[in-house]
Structure formats: structure tokens, C-alpha cells
Design a protein around this ligand. Structure first.
Ligand code: DX5
Ligand code: ZN
Length: 224
């Protein structure tokens, strides 16, 4: 089953609980939280105190995407704040193997993220250690950017490698997803789809999520 995962980056942060409740109505299971530090990416967003408040406001699986330098320093605070799964950028981790093991050792799902320009081969020796691989389909830092079409080939390659190595990590994408490009993403092998601006800037976020769920399910049925 394909998961549509709203990212609150484009939500109204002064009304977060209401915004989350609006998308929950569509029957989603996960919520994507973008953590930016102004160093690894140009933008700054939220930290553990806000994650802790979100944890109290929802029972959804909290999918924390760390776009920060030196993630090891902050992972314990995000775990303590209530994250259910944490993804770290390959580009930000000096000891990626150790970092991924430490997230799993704490009982969370561990994910690794690649920027668009980073090759899949950088993950050769860690794919056994992850629950999901997040392939950025925009350069991280901002919501509302255009999908980079060349990433479809990257998704297909990762899907093939997963099958060849008989691994069962999920493939996640993040950035520039629309109702229009969703079917080709699903056909390429994506399981988890993060979507921000298209949902929260639409007049009816729950209806937009429901439409994406329908389109994704249809494309997945053809894939099977
Ligand atoms: C971008 C973030 C995304 C962002 C996606 O750096 O990681 O999660 O919210 O937003 P859209 O769907 O607007 O591209
Ligand atoms: Zn993200």
C-alpha cells in the first residue's frame, strides 16, 4: 500500500494542531516533519520542542526528516520528543553506519536520505541497515519547488537493486509531488510519498490527500 505522507512545512504553523486534524480526516497514517538548521540547508524550521507538542496533538506516526549538520548531536532529543522514525542525510553523516545503527538501537525506524546529485552507490554498504530510503526529488530547503524529472531513473534503479538484493526497505520521495506526477512515481517503485504545498495550500487538504491516495492506489494496482 502506498502511503501519502503530508509534510507540515507548508501548513500554518500558528494553527498546527488544526492543520494536522484536517489532513488526519483523509485517513493518513504518517506525518512528515522537516527539520532544517540554516546550515545543511538554507532554511530554518522547527526543533524538538515543537515535535514534542505535535506528539501530544496526534497519534500519527511522526516521520522526522533531519536536514541538519551533525545529526548525531540532536538525534537523542528528537527521539525523546516522540519521533517514530528518523531519516538522516548521507551527505551530513561522517559515520553513517553508526548513526543508522543508533537510531534502530533506540527502537525507531531508520531512514537515509540522498540529495538529487548524490549517487545511489553511496548507500551500497548501508542498505541492510535501513527501513527506508528517501530520495529527494527537489534540492532540500523549501516547499513548493519543481520535481526534478531525472529522479525517476534513480527510483527505478533503487527499486531494481532492492529486488536483486532481496531487501525490503521502503522507497520514499519528497519534493514537488503532484497528482499529475504521482502515477509515474508509483510505477517507478515508490512506496511512501511526501507532499507538502500541494496539500496544505489547497482549499481542502483532506480532499487533496484523498485524491492522491486514490491516484496512487490505481497506479499501484497496475504495477502489481
Ligand atoms: C523540502 C522538504 C519537503 C517539503 C516538500 O526540503 O523536505 O518535505 O515539505 O514540499 P513540496 O511537496 O511542496 O515540494
Ligand atoms: Zn522532507
Amino acid at each position: 500500500m502506498i502511503e501519502i505522507i503530508p509534510s507540515i512545512l507548508s501548513a500554518d504553523f500558528a494553527r498546527l494542531a488544526e492543520e494536522i486534524a484536517r489532513v488526519e480526516k483523509a485517513g493518513i497514517r504518517m506525518l512528515h516533519l522537516d527539520i532544517m538548521d540554516g546550515h545543511f540547508v538554507p532554511n530554518i524550521t522547527i526543533g524538538p520542542p515543537v515535535v514534542r507538542c505535535i506528539r501530544k496533538a496526534t497519534a500519527l506516526t511522526l516521520d522526522v526528516h533531519l536536514m541538519i549538520e551533525d545529526p548525531d548531536r540532536h538525534i537523542p532529543s528528537f527521539i525523546e520528543a516522540g519521533a517514530d522514525q528518523i531519516s538522516v542525510h548521507q551527505e551530513a553523516c561522517r559515520h553513517l553506519d553508526r548513526t543508522l545503527r543508533s537510531i534502530r538501537a533506540a527502537g525507531l525506524r531508520a531512514g537515509v536520505v540522498l540529495n538529487p546529485a548524490t549517487p545511489l552507490t553511496t548507500l551500497d554498504y548501508v542498505l541492510e541497515l535501513v527501513d527506508y530510503v528517501l530520495l529527494m526529488t527537489v534540492n532540500p530547503g523549501f516547499g513548493g519547488q519543481e520535481f526534478i524529472p531525472g529522479m525517476l531513473r534513480k527510483i527505478e534503479q533503487l527499486d531494481r537493486e532492492r529486488a536483486a538484493r532481496r531487501l525490503d526497505f521502503r522507497i520514499q520521495v519528497d519534493g514537488g509531488v503532484t497528482v499529475e506526477n504521482l502515477p509515474e512515481l508509483v510505477r517507478a517503485g515508490v512506496d511512501w510519498v511526501v507532499t507538502g504545498s500541494k496539500v496544505f495550500l489547497s482549499p481542502d487538504p483532506a480532499a487533496t490527500v484523498a485524491e492522491m491516495q486514490r491516484v496512487a492506489a490505481q497506479a499501484a494496482a497496475l504495477r502489481a
